[in-house]
Write a protein that binds this ligand. Sequence first.
Ligand SMILES: [Zn+2]
Ligand SMILES: [Zn+2]
Length: 73
Amino acid sequence: MTTQTRRPQPPPDVKRRCHRCQGSGRADCPICKGTGKVVTGADVNGNPLFGDCSGCFGLKHSRCPVCSGEGYV
Ligand SMILES: [Zn+2]
Ligand SMILES: [Zn+2]
């Protein structure tokens, strides 16, 4: 007496590597474009002055916006 109804198995909860950051969870900082520095002004000779990026604090990267830094989605 088996009245089992065969329901399709849900796909296993496999997380896929983020296509944006390739699993690193990091992305180039959009503010400094991954350089870690931003131009903060110019000196008296007109040469640009650089300072640490305020977006990434000089780390050059920020959390991946696609996977929220997890590296997998
Ligand atoms: Zn930055
Ligand atoms: Zn990502």
